[in-house]
Design a protein around this ligand. Structure first.
Ligand code: IPD
Ligand code: CA
Ligand code: CA
Length: 286
């Protein structure tokens, strides 16, 4: 019964997402604005329009549903509370900075929670024609084919996608990212930074990378992708060691739990060095 209901939601939203993808493919001469005077926080008319259409259709078809969208949260200036009602999480374009440069690593992301539980995730990258989908308990798929993580269990063999630009947010994040990078870089095979949180998660799900980490993101950056990683057999934890919280997402997503434990151990070492140095007023050193 519940499964049929969620299937109905899927059939309702999928054509809208694919349509939005077509709009993005035709976009040219995209004007960019910054939000909150931050050079890294971008928005275009496409972000606003896609979200507006999705929310309008959700309201028309399911007036009792809730939604949390990036652009409407930004203009209302407040984060809605998560309730038990079906709630749609919408990032109309994730990776806007890539989109405006014609770098084909951006996507439309829609997640759904019911009773505060993530039950459906849909991510579409029209530039590579890749559609990622997951329903809770039913596996993750890309373009209809089952996907699984790489299965990597050894940090030394892992490729890590680290959302390092987040270090710019404030001094605390800056220090934390510098110390963690310093410690991690000596342990891993390679590092990437792709500027698209949602696809960062999807790329762990299909094994393109072994680990992805971003701190201080928002629920719309995480809802669909976290379910897709978990349904692909991956592991997601909060990077500060507490339970992953969709409404305050700091996440490390890895191919396996074993890999997650190894990353966490290195990061705790980094965090301890940062803590001790700051107590003693010592600067960051290599
Ligand atoms: C951004 C992307 C990026 C992350 C930023 C997010 P947006 O989302 O997910 O990877 O580093 O913090 O804001 O603005 O392109 O939707
Ligand atoms: Ca985003
Ligand atoms: Ca966005």
């Amino acid at each position: 019964m519940e499964e049929q209901r969620i299937q109905r939601y899927y059939e309702f939203i999928l054509p809208l997402i694919l349509e939005a993808g077509k709009v993005l493919l035709k976009a040219n001469d995209v004007d960019v604005e910054t939000k909150n005077d931050e050079v890294w926080d971008l928005v275009t008319v496409y972000d606003r329009k896609i979200e507006e259409v999705l929310i309008k259709k959700i309201k028309q078809n399911f007036p009792e549903h809730k939604y949390i969208g990036e652009e409407e949260s930004d203009s209302s200036g407040e984060m809605r509370k998560l309730s038990d009602d079906p709630t749609w999480f919408i990032d109309p374009i994730d990776g806007t900075a890539n989109f405006v440069r014609g770098l084909p690593i951006s996507c439309i992301s829609v997640g759904l929670t019911v009773n505060k539980d993530m039950v459906m995730g849909i991510v579409y990258n029209p530039f590579m024609d890749e559609l990622y989908t997951a329903f809770k308990g039913q596996g993750a798929y890309m373009n209809g084919h089952r996907i699984r993580t790489s299965g990597c269990k050894d940090i030394r063999r892992s490729v890590f996608n680290y959302e390092i630009t987040i270090a710019r947010r404030n001094e605390y994040y800056f220090q934390m990212y510098m110390y963690r990078t310093k410690h991690l870089i000596r342990e891993i095979t390679g590092i990437r930074s792709m500027g698209c949180g949602v696809l960062g998660l999807c790329y762990v799900a299909n094994g393109r990378t072994d680990a992805y980490q971003a701190d201080g993101l928002f629920p719309w950056d995480a809802a669909a992708g976290v379910l897709i990683v978990r349904e692909a057999g991956g592991h997601v934890v909060d990077t500060f060691g507490k339970e992953f919280d969709l409404m305050d997402p700091n996440f490390l997503a890895t191919a396996t739990k074993e890999l997650s434990d190894q990353y966490m151990e290195v990061e705790r070492r980094a965090d301890n060095e940062l803590l001790n140095n700051s107590k003693q007023n010592k600067p960051f050193t290599i």
